[in-house]
Design a protein around this ligand. Structure first.
Ligand SMILES: [Zn+2]
Ligand SMILES: [Zn+2]
Length: 464
């Protein structure tokens, strides 16, 4: 069996690994590569194999860096099954259509400028309609049920504890006389995240193919993150201010809602209105509600004891319509507004920031990593003057950062994960990580006598 590393090799985006086994071709994830525009365009449009010759895809989870290039795969002739858990199948359809919608908007924006300059127009990477063609190929397979992904390949999805529906893929492969087990981690979550179960750790595996995003640093405790949120909400309410949280619509938003629900339910914070202002978040929360099979025991107990769905409570309002979103500006009482986008670059959160950033009673809470040059990053760095919709505003609102909601395992958890196959695995292969985290993690694993540990280059291949 050969494995080719066609994405997320020495970087974190564009996860895509091709297995050639018993004359079949099986793809692990089909993520969107994200980088400089021209490279993004080239890499995502041209697969290093013919999609028509591919037999099946196994999808670890719905994040775009793992699922986001499926529309091209289907457009270029792939007709096989895309195996995923039921929640991932649901979320992927939603997120791909949303990604197509965003790309159409981006292309329109760029083309406006290009046409002013008399330059050739660009096409969107893919459209919402292209994205909708993926759905018929998605095959939902529940956790822990074995299925034949290709001749001689028995596969099983186990909970990765990263986002709703996320999975690691365990492949038991029989090729000629050789039996081997490949454990593909997908993205590894961490214990204690709100709503989700803890990740299943590997059992016996001959090859462990794993992510290493945070191989060089620990991650703060999610419990601590909920407590920080509680203290900030309390202090802001005492000042009579509003809390504005830019958040990604899928995953982070639902975790925040669940934390707020619990703290208001227990009386730790006063019951103030909470608004989730994002059409995508509304649809995503609906999908969360449809998949309680993915929730952890704590969430299920909370729901049973208090006869409450985890993601709904009296004080919570989901906002779809633009008019309702605008109407929030006229309300002066303390409230929490959670709105996309997560890096405060686009979307409705910009309006809320513009309307609230100059009031010192308010707090803006940053709950995820912010890319350089984004408005989110400028806020984290404490800049006093920021530009929103082309106008300068003086930031008088407080800015707080909470890091503990990250959905990725930290260094200690990655080490624990990998060491489960010590003495069994013939190799560990690190993907989905920058060079520094990979180098650091590799060093620790080798010190613990787990080797060899590979860190393949893009398009490198390996016999396993
Ligand atoms: Zn992910
Ligand atoms: Zn990822």
């Amino acid at each position: 069996m050969r494995i080719h590393f066609h994405g997320a090799a020495r970087t974190v985006t564009g996860s895509m690994h091709l297995l050639e086994v018993n004359g079949s071709k099986l793809l692990l994830d089909c993520g969107l590569f994200q980088g400089p525009r021209q490279e993004t365009y080239e890499r995502n449009r041209h697969f290093p194999f013919d999609p028509r010759t591919l037999d099946a895809v196994i999808l670890s989870h719905a994040h775009i860096d793992h699922s986001g290039n499926l529309p091209h795969l289907v457009k270029q002739g792939f007709q096989g099954p895309i195996y995923a858990t039921p929640a991932t199948a649901h979320l992927t359809d939603l997120m791909l259509r949303d990604a197509g919608h965003i790309q159409e908007g981006d292309a329109r924006f760029i083309n406006k400028k290009r046409s002013e300059r008399g330059e050739a127009l660009i096409e969107p990477l893919y459209t919402e309609e292209d994205a909708a063609w993926v759905k018929p190929y998605l095959r939902a397979v529940p956790y822990d049920i074995a299925f034949e992904a290709a001749p001689g390949v028995s596969a099983r999805l186990v909970d990765a504890g990263h986002i709703l529906g996320s999975a690691a893929a365990v492949l038991d492969i029989q090729e000629k006389r050789k039996r081997t087990r490949l454990w593909y981690s997908g993205d590894i979550g961490r214990p204690g995240l709100p709503l989700l179960r803890d990740p299943v750790l590997p059992e016996a595996a001959d090859t462990l193919l794993m992510e290493c995003t945070y191989g060089d640093r620990p991650q703060p405790d999610p419990q601590w993150a909920c407590q920080q949120l509680r203290d900030i909400v309390k202090a802001t309410v005492q000042r009579g201010g509003k809390v504005i949280i830019p958040a990604f619509a899928v995953g982070r938003t639902q975790e925040l809602v669940y934390c707020l629900h619990r703290m208001m339910h227990s009386g730790e914070t006063p019951p103030i209105p909470v608004y989730v202002d994002s059409p995508l978040a509304v649809n995503a929360s609906e999908i969360f509600r449809m998949h309680p099979e993915c929730f952890d025991a704590e969430t299920l107990t909370f729901m049973r004891q208090y006869k409450h769905p985890a993601l709904d409570f009296e004080k919570l309002t989901y906002i779809q319509a633009v008019e309702e979103s605008k109407a929030l500006n006229d309300r002066k009482n303390p409230m929490v507004i959670i709105a996309a986008s997560g890096m405060a670059e686009t979307g409705r959160v910009l309006h809320h920031l513009r309307n609230n950033i100059e009031d010192p009673r308010n707090t803006i809470i940053i709950v995820s990593w912010q890319a350089p040059h984004t408005l989110g990053r400028r806020l984290v760095e404490g800049e006093r003057l920021v530009k929103i919709f082309g106008e300068i505003y003086e930031r008088k609102a407080q800015v707080a950062t909470i890091n503990g909601f990250s959905a990725h395992a930290g260094q200690d958890q990655l080490v624990e994960y990998a060491l489960r196959v010590k003495g069994i695995a013939q190799r560990v292969i690190l993907v989905h990580g920058e060079p520094n985290p990979a180098k650091t993690l590799r060093k620790i694993l080798v010190q613990n006598h787990l080797e060899p540990v590979y860190y393949p280059d893009l398009h490198q291949d390996m016999e396993i």
